[in-house]
Design a binder for this molecule. Structure first.
Ligand code: XIL
Length: 385
């Protein structure tokens, strides 16, 4: 392993830049013969495959999967899993099982799915994912208990008294966490509770319960499953800024007050148009200094379509900087990407004209970002295994 604490953010940036340059060289020099372990999509006509933009980099077939390389570097490599594609797509299933050591349900542990009617829980789909994870010796990140999005229609404002909202929130946490007790490694207890300016986000929960709802959710969650690692998860808190400062202050306060919170989730939805934050490492380190775990929970790096080799290379640099920072902080133990293939990514549906955000394209060709991550993991793990 590299020395974990003595390297500055500047070094990380320089390291990412060096890696990027190396990759540009190798991407141009390497022939385009497929790797022995390359997964091709069954049923996709060869013409469709060759029509894809040529951004894939071929690497040494002896290089192992993200999962194997992550194991040697003491880092869980995770992925968000969509249940429809897990059922219907064999290539997807194969990659989910072999390339990753941690899974997060992309949607099926959210409130609208697990408690569609008050007090009537449905864990059918989430149970399927937990079974998949057990079969493949993977850990599960629970996502997510308290959020203002993807709520069922019965959870609306102005319908209940404050005491009832409190009971509703507690019953949801209790119902879901007790069902999965022992099966979930990290729980995203509260998701996206802050605004960009560092104020608490104006949500149903804030309006109905007041600012104490976050601490209360953590205290209650800890009672239900004392062994699960409880996370606060958010986006745009990867670098040092008003929002991450507010989250950091909340953690300091929680530590001082004895509120049980063990980790911060950095979603890391990046965009090559905006350079990745130069102070990723400093931000992760300040949370680590509070004895807080850091997980990269939802990494993807989107771009304006169409993709071209330069954009794909910029993307590789961003993914790699994120991973390098995580590897430099001992308390960063999970690096999760928000999907496998661009075929199913949430990006095009939400960010108009954007996409190509993941490590595999829609034809399951890997991108420079995939090789950048493997290279960095291999270096980090080279003195182990
Ligand atoms: C997204 C899913 O990827 C989509 O399939 C769904 O339609 C909406 O939610 N932050 C989060 C995730 O915490 O739960 C979101 O996932 C992406 C942003």
């Amino acid at each position: 392993m590299w020395p974990k604490k003595s390297i500055t953010a500047g070094v990380v940036t320089a390291l990412a830049a060096t890696t990027a340059l190396t990759l540009v060289g190798s991407a141009q020099a390497q022939p385009t013969t497929p790797r022995a372990d390359q997964v091709t999509a069954p049923g996709v006509p060869a013409q469709a495959r060759t029509a894809a933009p040529k951004v894939g980099v071929r690497t040494d077939p002896s290089v192992k999967t993200l999962r194997q390389l992550g194991d040697r570097a003491d880092l869980k490599m995770g992925v968000a899993v969509g249940m429809d594609q897990l059922h219907s797509d064999a290539t997807y299933r194969h990659l989910a099982a072999t390339q990753f050591s941690s899974v997060t349900p992309e949607n099926v542990m959210k409130w609208e799915v697990t408690e569609p009617q008050q007090g009537k829980f449905d864990f059918t789909q989430a149970d399927q994912l937990v079974r998949f994870a057990k079969k493949h010796h993977q850990i599960v990140r629970g996502h997510t208990l308290v959020w203002h999005n993807q709520l069922p229609t019965w959870v609306t404002e102005g319908t209940f008294t404050r005491a009832q909202y409190r009971q509703i929130l507690r019953a949801h946490i209790r119902g879901e966490m007790s069902h999965f007790k022992g099966d979930i490694n990290e729980w995203d207890v509260v998701n996206e509770a802050f605004d960009e300016d560092g104020k608490l986000r104006d949500t149903l929960w804030l309006r109905e319960l007041g600012p104490g709802y976050i601490a209360e959710a953590f205290r209650y969650a800890h009672k239900i499953d004392p062994k699960a690692k409880l996370f606060y998860n958010d986006y745009n808190i990867e670098g040092v800024n008003a929002k991450s400062n507010a989250v950091y202050q909340m953690f300091r306060q929680f530590k001082a007050d004895g509120v049980p919170v063990q980790g911060v989730g950095l979603q890391s939805h990046f965009d090559i148009q905006y350079p990745y934050p130069p102070d990723l490492l400093a931000n992760m380190q300040r949370f680590a200094d509070l004895k807080v775990r850091i997980s990269v929970t939802e990494a993807d790096v989107r771009m304006d379509l169409p993709v071209d080799p330069t954009k794909a290379q910029a993307q590789a640099g961003a993914y790699d900087a994120l991973l390098s920072s995580c590897l430099l902080v001992a308390r960063c133990k999970n690096f999760t990407v928000w999907g496998i293939s661009d075929k199913y990514s949430w990006i095009p549906g939400v960010f108009e004209g954007q996409g190509s955000a993941l490590l595999w394209d829609e034809n399951y060709q890997t991108k420079p970002a995939y090789d950048a991550l493997r290279r960095t993991l291999a270096i980090a793990g080279s003195d182990r295994g």
